[in-house]
Design a protein around this ligand. Structure first.
Ligand code: FUB
Length: 312
């Protein structure tokens, strides 16, 4: 069960009542939250949202009940990733055979002077410490116009792992090899296939529900109020992805710039949650982003209903 062995009696009581800590979930400026469940415990891996020069580590947060969050400071730090000097971004994490693989973007390679891209670090525990897996990036240049950032790693039903990634309005899919040291080309010989849906900007995410592949992404400019999340439904992880519509966006009573999300499912209660960042009302500093969670519901036709963003 998701309450498992970590919850205190008080935490269990609170969780049973369906109470949550309130949005934002924890203090500090954080963005691009990757929410996952490992051994019944919720984990959130966000970007530390600051100037690129200061964005040199990741903190993680964990909870047994979505109410009380424990901070795990500096689970990865650029001092242990030689090629990453600054700006580590938008982590994604998967567990495979008892090891935890943390994927991240680093540096800012839109500037030709700077090397960087998508890297991977590994640890025996979800709280790290994570160490560089390769000593170099997994993807170190643009392919099909996609900036190598905002990777999401998806395990398909057949056990294959795919990476979705891409900024600058292009999204690629690539199949990871067994030990996550590189990629396996597709049958047509290509390693990076472009699958960009209409409106896509960045921040891809995928989950399966009732055999269907839900592909989600962020739209709008990340510093603006209209940042938002839209989605498509497909029969395969490769698409084709026909845009259905927006499901997460600003609410003038609550916050602006709601986007770059992930989704977690509590199998016990069958509740779905969207974890995302947003900007407090009236805030113009692009980096002032906070991590929030709200319930995500589906219609009888399987479509995602518009999410109500809350302070709850
Ligand atoms: O946090 C840096 C960037 O902001 C991410 O890469 C984008 O997805 C946007 O959320």
């Amino acid at each position: 069960s998701f309450l498992c062995c970590y919850a205190s009696a008080q935490e269990r009581k609170t969780a049973e009542k369906g109470v949550r800590s309130g949005n934002p979930l924890f203090q500090g400026w954080y963005a691009d939250p990757e929410g996952v469940v490992f051994k019944g415990r919720y984990w959130i891996y966000p970007t530390y949202s600051a100037k690129y020069e200061e964005q040199v580590f990741f903190d993680a947060f964990s909870s047994s009940d979505l109410v009380t969050w424990k901070k795990h400071p500096r689970i990865l730090d650029t001092s242990s990733v030689k090629w990453a000097k600054r700006a580590v971004w938008a982590p994604a994490i998967v567990e495979k055979k008892g090891k935890y693989y943390l994927f991240f973007g680093a540096n800012d390679i839109q500037n030709d002077q700077e090397k960087g891209g998508i890297g991977v670090a590994v640890s025996a525990k979800p709280e790290g410490p994570f160490k560089d897996h390769l000593g170099k990036p997994l993807i170190d240049k643009f392919h099909n116009g996609a900036q190598p950032i905002d990777q999401f790693v998806f395990k398909d039903k057949d056990g294959k792992y795919y990476m979705f990634y891409g900024g600058w309005r292009h999204c690629n899919i690539a199949q990871l090899n067994d030990d996550f040291t590189g990629f396996v080309p597709f049958a047509d010989g290509k390693t990076f296939k472009e699958i960009t849906p209409e409106g896509y900007v960045e921040g891809p995410f995928m989950f399966i529900k009732n055999g269907k592949y839900y592909f989600m992404w962020s739209e709008g400019g990340w510093t603006g109020p209209d940042y938002s999340v839209a989605y498509a439904i497909a029969d395969s992880p490769m698409g084709p992805f026909k845009r259905i519509g927006k499901i997460l966006q600003q609410d003038p009573q609550v916050a602006t710039g709601a986007g770059h999300h992930s989704v977690v499912h509590n199998e016990k209660s069958d509740k779905w949650y969207i974890i995302y960042h947003r900007r407090p009302l009236g805030e113009t500093n692009g980096n002032h982003r906070v991590v929030c969670i709200d319930e995500m519901q589906f219609g009888d036709d399987g479509k995602i209903l518009p999410v109500k963003i809350t302070f709850e």
